[in-house]
Design a protein around this ligand. Structure first.
Ligand SMILES: C[S@@+](CC[C@H](N)C(=O)[O-])C[C@H]1O[C@@H](n2cnc3c(N)ncnc32)[C@H](O)[C@@H]1O
Length: 253
């Protein structure tokens, strides 16, 4: 991981949980949704993956754990979190009561067919081991392979030097190839640009978390790096050079 990614996914993840604990329980889930900022994307995935009470749900690259907690609040699933960054693991454990494994998605510490469903949100483009991540998801989720992805996809015109350091955005073609190689098919998809706007009360809570982080850590290099990185990502999405895609997958066979 690059210094900027360490700052965002480790140091700032832990600070975020501290700020959320200070603000109160209502802030935990919005604070914990670091890549999948629009709850409508999570609603869509909960529905398309057919998450039912009691289903085990693996969240790969779970960050601070907000998406898993959101899913459990919608439909009482049993989440299990995997996250490589120690600070994010501590953050998730401090906010939510789920098992958290410090591990990478490309070498999952689980047996075959261990889960009913899994998702991996905003993670694929942060690793070069994309094929392995998809193969591992297919391996650990039992048939029919209910797997959700949020992927940031490079559009025509994105040049190498416009990619934030450490990001590897697949193209539509390379993503399709990776899915084929992993034995997965797209059952349904949507673009994050087509989602309804983020509800105001959710935005207000995110703004309160950001204000608390800015006031506590605004002079810190890790905060500045993390802000630079997310600003760059926002501009790429705004300029249409990268698009957010939400995919509901199943085993191809
Ligand atoms: C943009 S954040 C998304 C966090 C969370 N999924 C969410 O939507 O709030 C990307 C996460 O992927 C994690 N990550 C990066 N490489 C990974 C890998 N090889 N396996 C699992 N997670 C990884 C990072 O540590 C970070 O927490």
């Amino acid at each position: 991981m690059t210094e900027a990614m360490d700052a965002e996914f480790d140091t700032v993840a832990e600070w975020t949980a501290q700020a959320a604990r200070h603000l109160g329980r209502d802030y935990y889930i919005p604070a914990g949704c670091r890549g999948s900022g629009n709850p409508a994307a999570l609603d869509w995935l909960v529905e398309r993956l057919g998450l039912r009470p009691g289903d085990s749900l693996l969240d790969c690259g779970a960050g601070v754990g907000g998406p898993a907690a959101y899913a459990e609040a919608r439909s009482p699933v049993s989440p299990v979190l995997v996250e490589p960054q120690a600070g994010a693991c501590r953050a998730a454990r401090s906010l939510f009561p789920y098992p958290v494994f410090q591990a990478v998605a490309d070498a999952l510490p689980f047996s075959d067919n261990a889960f009913d469903a899994a998702w991996c949100l905003g993670v694929l483009c942060t690793t070069t081991a994309q094929r392995e991540v998809l193969s591992e998801l297919r391996r650990v989720v039992r048939a029919p392979g209910r797997i959700g992805l949020l992927v940031f996809v490079a559009q025509a015109g994105l040049t190498e030097d416009q990619q934030p350091e450490g990001n590897n955005f697949p193209t539509e073609q390379s993503l399709q190839r990776l899915l084929d190689e992993a034995g997965l098919r797209v059952e349904d998809r949507l673009r994050t640009a087509d989602l309804p706007p983020i509800p105001k009360d959710w935005q207000d809570r995110v703004a309160a978390i950001d204000a608390a982080l800015e006031s506590r850590h605004g002079d810190d290099d890790a905060w500045k790096l993390s802000e630079e990185n997310s600003g760059q990502m926002g501009r790429l999405l705004g300029d249409g050079l990268v698009s957010g895609e939400v995919l509901s997958l199943r085993r191809a066979d």
